[in-house]
Design a protein around this ligand. Structure first.
Ligand code: BTN
Length: 254
């Protein structure tokens, strides 16, 4: 895109003051044929959606709520890797602003044990072929602790709290889209291995004793050993190695 300097991501960018959810909106547009690389960004969301049916706090004037449409030519089982790719893109953008990211598998970016960024990837596939992937990224940019609802204060933080000063939202979004464009181009050419290698550099989950809570609420503990080529987390438990493709991970003190 002109100005942004990207190849694909942000060829078309649609900005809103307020939406329900940028992911929902972009999924509708995708079904109606929106082109590869389309980006929807909103200043605030009334119904920001998170993983596992949770809400994502999206107040006006303080965050980045963005969704990116990709129409990749890979198999549905490759789609979870888009989530890891998005987390790396956020980490790269943070680096431009002097911040070092810590990624908790698969997609949360953390500071002081609290979450600053969440990513929700949604996909539509037919007959083993990906129709579209919508990557939704929510970033707490300039949200002060007291701006969060009380129940979120112990678990949520922001880039501003990490840096000690506010960050420019538009400039951050531009860096994010550039980083994502570069990573996606690389993944299309060389596959996801370099993206996964980059993810490992920022991972705080690996090598830690963790508790995993699966999508159905089942849970177990073990040592997070690595991620595999599909982006699944490999956990060594007392009864052997387990592979986790979806779920929540909490890092437990040893
Ligand atoms: C999570 O941490 O559970 C994922 C949060 C994802 C939030 C983003 S904000 C932009 C996009 N639109 C949504 O409704 N959700 C994602």
């Amino acid at each position: 895109a002109k100005g942004l300097g990207t190849e694909l991501v942000g060829r078309k960018i649609i900005c809103y003051d307020a939406v329900g959810s940028t992911n929902l909106l972009l999924k509708d547009m995708a079904r109606q044929g929106a082109e590869n690389g389309t980006v929807v960004v909103a200043d605030t969301q009334g119904m920001g959606r998170g993983r596992m049916e949770r809400a994502f706090f999206s107040p006006p004037g303080k965050g980045i709520y963005v969704s990116i449409l990709l129409r990749p030519n890979f198999l549905p089982q490759d789609a979870p890797k888009c989530t890891l790719m998005a987390a790396v893109a956020v980490a790269r953008a943070m680096e431009k602003f002097g911040l070092r990211a810590a990624i908790k598998w698969p997609n949360d970016i953390m500071h002081d044990g609290r979450k600053m960024v969440g990513i929700l990837t949604e996909m539509s596939a037919e007959m083993d072929c990906v129709n579209y992937v919508v990557i939704g990224i929510g970033i707490n940019v300039n949200i002060a602790s007291e701006d969060f609802p009380e129940e979120l204060r112990p678990i949520a933080t922001s880039l501003m709290q990490m840096k000690g000063e506010p960050l420019p939202r538009v400039a951050f979004l531009q860096e994010l889209l550039r980083a994502l464009d570069a990573l996606y181009a690389c993944a299309q050419q060389e596959g996801f291995a370099p993206v996964l290698a980059a993810w490992r550099e920022y991972a705080v989950t690996l090598g830690q004793q963790v508790r995993v809570i699966g999508p159905a609420g089942e849970s177990f503990e073990g040592m997070a050993a690595d991620i595999d080529a599909e982006g699944a987390l490999l956990i060594d438990t007392s009864t052997g190695r387990r592979r986790v493709l979806a779920g929540d991970v909490s890092i437990r003190p040893k």
